[in-house]
Design a protein around this ligand. Structure first.
Ligand SMILES: C[S@@+](CC[C@H](N)C(=O)[O-])C[C@H]1O[C@@H](n2cnc3c(N)ncnc32)[C@H](O)[C@@H]1O
Length: 277
C-alpha cells in the first residue's frame, strides 16, 4: 500500500516538474518572440532606450548623453534622429541662431515628438541663454522618460517644458501660454523678457508626418510662427513620405511667406517670414 502511495507521489512530482519546465519554456519562447518582433518592426520601447542611456551615460554631461544614445543606435533599432541627421540639425540650428536671433531677445523653440529626448538634448545644448524649448509628446510614459533624460543631461525646467498631449492640443492652447509666459512674473517656468515679435523662431517636426500639414496650418492660423523669421525643420523618414510631401506642397504654394532653404537627406529646412522670406 505504502509502495503504491510513494509511486503515485513520485509520478505526481515528475508530472509537476515537467509541467513547470513546459511553463518556463513557454514563457521564454514568448519573450523571445516579443523581442524578435520588436527588432523586426524596428520599434524599440522607449523604456529600453531610456534605461540604456540612463545607466551608461555620465549624468550632467550632455555629450556623454548623446554619445550613449548613439552607442545604443549603432547596434539596435532606434527612433532617435541619430548622429547623421543630428549633425545636420546642429548645422542648421547654428545658422538659424545667427540669422534669426536678436541678441537679448528670447528665442522660443518648439519640438513636436520628444520621444526619449535625443533631439531635444541636441537642440537645448545649442540654444542661447535666452532660448527656451517647448517639446510635445503624445505618449505619457514616453514623455516622462524624455523629461528625465533632459534633467539627467543637466538642463532645468527654466530652459524647457515637456507638454504631454497631442501636437494639435498643444498648439491650440499655446497662444495663451506664450503670452502668459512672456509676462516675467515670479514663478513662471518659462519666464522671458518681453518680445515685440512673439512666436516660435525654431520649429522641429518629428512626430507623425500626417500631422505636419495640419499642425503647420494651426501654427500659422494662431500666429505662432515668429513674424520676423522662423526656421521650420521637418524630419523626413522612410515611412509615410506622403505626409511630408503634403506639407511641402503647401509650403511651395505659399512663396509669399515660405522658402525651402535646404532639402538634405533626412531633414528639410524651410524659412518663414511674414511679408516674404
Ligand atoms: C520619431 S519619434 C521622435 C524622435 C525624437 N525626435 C528623437 O530624435 O529622439 C516620434 C515621437 O512622436 C510622438 N508622436 C506621434 N504623434 C504625435 C502627435 N500627434 N503629437 C505629439 N507626439 C506625437 C511619438 O509618440 C514618438 O515618441
Amino acid at each position: 500500500m505504502w509502495l503504491l502511495a510513494a509511486a503515485s507521489l513520485l509520478l505526481a512530482a515528475v508530472m509537476a516538474s515537467s509541467r513547470l519546465r513546459v511553463l518556463v519554456l513557454v514563457r521564454v519562447l514568448v519573450r523571445v518572440r516579443v523581442r524578435l518582433q520588436s527588432l523586426l518592426r524596428g520599434t524599440p520601447s522607449a523604456r529600453t532606450v531610456h534605461d540604456f542611456v540612463f545607466s551608461n551615460c555620465k549624468h550632467g554631461d550632455v555629450l556623454s548623453v548623446l554619445e550613449t544614445f548613439d552607442l545604443y543606435a549603432a547596434t539596435r533599432p532606434s527612433l532617435s534622429i541619430g548622429p547623421h541627421t543630428g549633425a545636420l540639425l546642429d548645422q542648421v540650428v547654428a545658422q538659424v541662431l545667427d540669422q534669426v536671433v536678436d541678441p537679448g531677445r528670447p528665442l522660443w523653440a518648439l519640438e513636436l515628438g520628444t520621444h526619449c529626448g535625443y533631439s531635444s538634448v541636441r537642440l537645448l545644448r545649442l540654444l542661447p541663454p535666452s532660448g527656451r524649448l517647448v517639446t510635445v509628446e503624445l505618449d505619457p510614459p514616453t514623455a516622462d522618460l524624455g523629461e528625465e533624460v533632459l534633467l539627467v543631461s543637466g538642463f532645468t525646467h527654466s530652459q524647457f517644458q515637456v507638454l504631454t498631449c497631442s501636437s494639435a492640443e498643444a498648439i491650440s492652447s499655446m497662444r495663451s501660454n506664450l503670452e502668459t509666459q512672456q509676462d516675467p512674473s515670479p514663478g513662471s517656468t518659462l519666464e522671458t523678457q518681453q518680445d515685440p515679435s512673439p512666436g516660435f523662431g525654431l520649429v522641429l517636426m518629428d512626430h507623425d508626418p500626417d500631422q505636419y500639414l495640419p499642425d503647420l496650418l494651426a501654427l500659422e492660423g494662431l500666429d505662432l510662427l515668429r513674424p520676423a523669421g522662423c526656421s521650420l525643420l521637418l524630419v523626413s523618414r522612410d515611412q509615410n513620405p506622403e505626409g511630408l510631401q503634403r506639407v511641402l506642397d503647401h509650403i511651395r504654394g505659399r512663396a509669399d511667406r515660405y522658402r525651402v532653404s535646404r532639402d538634405l537627406q533626412g531633414l528639410v529646412e524651410v524659412f518663414y517670414r511674414e511679408g516674404g522670406p
